[in-house]
Ligand binder design. Structure first.
Ligand SMILES: Cc1cc2nc3c(=O)[nH]c(=O)nc-3n(C[C@H](O)[C@H](O)[C@H](O)COP(=O)(O)O)c2cc1C
Length: 212
């Protein structure tokens, strides 16, 4: 039997280029440091996308599908998702202004049974456009009878247009080695400082849970 007072958080996440995964791992470390029990549930598409995309057309195809909220069927989730949690963190990237195809499919299939009656924290990793994504998640949570909490948002820290070019290159498995580009674009995705920030968010949530 689990300790009577132990607080519990479930992190349900999808991550394509590993940015969400890196951040939620740090977030989890922060929570665990405060004595919170954390479980992970990774959303897995039945037929994963290729990575990197072999042609521009295939990449554009996925972007267009997601723009129209196209779903990507996911594998069944584990039984622990249906337990009661103090919080559920729903984490994933923004794709074409929306949640990703696998996340939308998860919400269709399991949203009602996993999220109803639970406090849900949206956790978003994106290049820059998260507002519509967040709004649509809030709408779904309310419809499902979940309690939406304040979101945790991370945007790629590099300036435009470099972060947009960098994203496209990453998705196509390419790289610009020229110095002028490197000067403006150190690397794809989130920074080390943001990973530390994710850790701090975990600590903060952990402390608030223990105080409540
Ligand atoms: C198909 C696709 C579409 C994307 N569309 C957007 C978008 O509309 N707005 C945005 O800010 N980022 C967009 N991104 C960038 C991701 O949100 C960003 O790279 C995120 O950090 C990836 O997280 P992940 O590695 O956990 O998948 C898109 C990425 C992909 C693969």
């Amino acid at each position: 039997m689990r300790e009577a007072l132990k607080k519990r958080v479930l992190i349900v996440y999808y991550s394509f280029t590993q940015q969400t995964r890196i951040l939620v791992r740090q977030f989890c470390r922060g929570l665990e440091g405060e004595g919170v029990e954390v479980a992970f549930e990774r959303i897995k598409p039945l037929n994963p996308y290729e990575f990197p995309f072999k042609t521009d057309l295939r990449l554009v195809n996925v972007m267009i599908r997601t723009f129209f909220r196209g779903r990507k069927e996911v594998e069944p989730v584990s039984d622990r998702c249906f337990e009661a949690w103090d919080y559920i963190v729903l984490a994933g990237p923004t794709w074409s202004y929306h949640p990703s195809g696998p996340m939308l499919d998860f919400l269709d299939r399991y949203g009602a049974s996993v999220l109803r009656g639970q406090k849900v924290i949206p956790f978003i990793s994106c290049r820059s456009y998260w507002r519509l994504h967040h709004l649509s998640l809030r709408r779904v949570f309310k419809k499902l009878g979940a309690e939406p909490q304040a979101p945790i948002i991370f945007m790629h820290p590099t300036k435009e247009p470099y972060r947009f070019i960098g994203l496209l290159l990453k998705l196509r498995g390419k790289m610009i080695r020229r110095n002028w580009f490197r000067k403006h674009y150190e690397m794809y995705g989130h920074s080390k400082e943001q990973a530390m920030q994710a850790f701090d968010y975990g600590v903060k949530l952990g402390k608030s849970m223990l105080d409540s």
